[in-house]
Design a protein around this ligand. Structure first.
Ligand code: OGA
Ligand code: MN
Length: 291
């Protein structure tokens, strides 16, 4: 296999491409890895269909782009590989978890727009999600091109985000959704962080709007209620069809997205239907750069 053999097909005018012709059971030759990286930077998210691979192979593929995060909550991690973040309503032993279960309730918050690990001092570079058991009743993942959103922002909104910072707090997710409050230890592991609302991408050099509504509880110079209303207004502008690709999962699809210039959410599905997705999270390499 060489880099010339991969086929790339756009999925939406603003965001997303499908990549065929790759065998991810084996390490990628360096030229192919670079071609995939370039396609990723150009399209923001890539879909790799028909990747019947193991967790270890997913981990190895993801490591091709950077170090991996290990999620700070044990309840979310796979007991078999700590780098696997389980987006699932079935536990590691195959037992169905239903609404009311703390894992199910926390994962349900991904139905609102966010970007992964934005609550970290150095947020994630990207995430890789593989469909192990996909939903037929919903469970579609939607992605927004946040470069395009910034470019299209009406001047009144643009003026308000320029030079401003928003706070990202992992604990806000729990407070907002009235989940079981975090323990002192969980809070101490992830103190809130302030991040610029307009950031510059370290690879492409392009500017994007950087918000993560499930974690944003404060905006500089605003009361808390104005801040959350402002974040909602930005999210409502961002979720227009012209900026959004909706992925309808097939088993063994694997998707990689860039957390530095996109937001995503998952649509609801029948809680009695099993859904198992395995995520690896590529760590960021530098603090967010204001633009
Ligand atoms: C995630 C996430 C969406 C989904 O894995 O980070 O938000 O489709 N999941 O389950
Ligand atoms: Mn997510």
């Amino acid at each position: 296999m060489n880099a010339m053999d991969i086929e790339i097909r756009k999925l939406h005018p603003a965001i997303g491409a499908e990549v065929r012709g790759l065998d991810l059971t084996r390490p990628l030759p360096e030229a192919t890895r670079q071609a995939v990286h370039q396609a990723w930077m150009d399209n923001l998210i890539l879909v790799f269909p028909d990747q019947d691979i193991t967790d270890e192979q997913q981990i190895a593929f993801s490591r091709g782009f950077g170090d991996l995060e290990v999620h700070h909550q044990k309840i979310i991690r796979s007991t078999r590989a700590p780098e696997i973040f389980r987006v699932a309503n079935v536990d590691d032993d195959g037992k169905m978890m239903r609404p009311g279960n703390p894992v199910v309730e926390q994962l349900a918050q991904a139905r609102r727009w966010h970007t992964d690990s934005s609550f970290r001092e150095v947020p994630s570079m990207g995430s890789v999600l593989r469909g192990v058991e996909v939903s037929r009743t919903g469970g579609q993942t939607c992605f927004i091109n946040m470069y395009a959103v910034l470019d299209a922002l009406p001047p009144a909104l643009r003026n308000q985000v320029e030079g401003r910072r928003a706070r990202h707090d992992f604990g806000y997710l729990h407070a907002f959704a009235k989940l079981k409050p975090l323990s002192a230890e969980e809070r101490a592991a992830m103190p809130p962080v302030w991040q610029p609302m307009v950031r510059r991408h370290p690879v492409t050099g392009r500017k994007s709007l950087y918000i993560s509504p499930i974690y944003n509880d404060q905006v500089e110079g605003m009361s808390e209620s104005d801040a959350t209303a402002f974040i909602e207004e930005l999210a409502t502008f961002a979720e227009q069809d012209r900026f959004v690709y909706r992925h309808r999962w097939e088993t063994n699809d694997m998707v990689i997205w860039d957390n530095r210039c996109t937001m995503h959410l998952v649509t609801p599905h029948d809680p009695e239907e099993r859904r198992i997705m395995h995520r690896t999270t590529i760590a960021g390499e530098e603090a967010v750069v204001a633009a």
